[in-house]
Design a binder for this molecule. Structure first.
Ligand code: ZN
Length: 333
């Protein structure tokens, strides 16, 4: 396996790794899985080691090898130090946290602009899976044997949580979970123990967000419905972005109820399409958080450079019912 070295190490985010080594054992594709044991990770060549590593900068490729490896390494904390109780929600404390840890690694390796491809991949798989399941969907905090909830939805929930409350807040809650429960026998922690620590760290201002992400099945439907620009006499560009949005709460069978939406969303303007081959950090002309409410609304923005693409939640950080209508090409007026 080719291994990239970059000097990106800083202080441990959660707690130092207690093991002296991390061994990766490749085995032939008679089985297709990776698994984490303490300090040792058996890794099927079929999952990644024989797949071609994409260019690190390619915006349209997912580096699954590093993503999966980071996930398995993260189990040295989540699953080996902290073990969830045999109640509903134990995989939030192992698989979801391993996904979150892997996303932090991807963000560090590839940059914030390129995390979109991992988030969109998870969102599309979550939406596809929840549409085809016969067994009732459960909120993340009560997840049972439902990989699309603890992997895919878990990735999206934790990433958006950290985007809103801040990475330091989320990581402090995780550090406290490790401090209280690492390498301890019963009573093991459950998802309520994590949510209690998270609420203490995040404060009451984020209570509704935590409820939406972990204790309900909450979705948004945000769409960039129109975008146009024209050049002003002073050479700058006026841009109007029209956004249509709704918020939905689903029950376990998928029946949705609309509730009022009044939340922060990313708004982005670009000189290249996010996710396309030529998209790079310099393609981001404007990226800021704005309040989006239920219904139709317009955002007026002024730019120095001509915007070609505009979007609401353009990096697919939200659990949105359609990941493909967040971005649109800007019309020249
Ligand atoms: Zn795992």
């Amino acid at each position: 396996m080719r291994w990239r070295h970059r000097s990106t190490c800083t202080r441990p985010r959660f707690h130092p790794n207690p093991f002296k080594q991390a061994r990766i054992l490749e085995f032939p594709t008679y089985a297709n899985f990776t698994q984490a044991f303490a300090g040792t990770i058996p890794y099927s060549e079929g999952i990644g080691l024989v797949t071609r590593l994409p260019d690190t900068g390619a915006a349209d490729k997912i580096d699954m090898v590093t993503y999966v490896t980071a996930h398995e390494i993260a189990h040295q904390w989540w699953g080996h130090q902290v073990i969830g109780a045999e109640q509903q929600g134990p995989t939030l404390l192992s698989e979801t946290f391993a996904q979150y840890s892997a996303l932090l690694v991807m963000e560090r390796l590839y940059g914030r602009e390129q995390v979109r491809k991992f988030l969109k991949y998870e969102l599309d798989r979550y939406l596809r899976a929840r549409g085809g399941k016969l067994i009732e969907e459960l909120p993340l905090a009560r997840v049972e044997d439902q990989p699309y909830v603890y992997y895919q939805k878990g990735s999206l929930a934790m990433y958006w949580l950290k985007e809103v409350v801040g990475e330091a807040v989320v990581n402090r809650a995780l550090q406290r979970l490790i401090a209280q429960y690492a390498f301890k026998s019963a009573p093991y922690p459950n998802s309520s123990d994590f949510l209690r620590l998270l609420r203490e760290e995040a404060g009451p201002a984020h209570d509704a967000l935590i409820t939406d992400l972990f204790e309900r099945i909450s979705l948004v439907a945000a769409k960039a419905s129109a975008a146009s620009t024209h050049q002003r006499p002073d050479g700058q560009w006026d841009l109007t972005l029209e956004v249509e949005a709704r918020k939905l709460i689903a029950d376990g069978k998928g029946v949705e109820t609309e509730v009022p939406l009044d939340e922060a969303f990313d708004i982005g303007l670009f000189s290249a399409e996010p996710g396309a081959k030529d998209f790079k950090p310099a393609s981001v002309l404007l990226f800021e958080r704005r309040t989006v409410r239920s219904g139709k609304q317009q955002f007026q923005l002024v730019l120095k450079e001509k915007p070609l693409w505009a979007g609401v939640d353009p990096y697919n950080k939200r659990i949105d019912r359609n990941s493909d209508d967040n971005l649109r090409k800007v019309d020249l007026k």
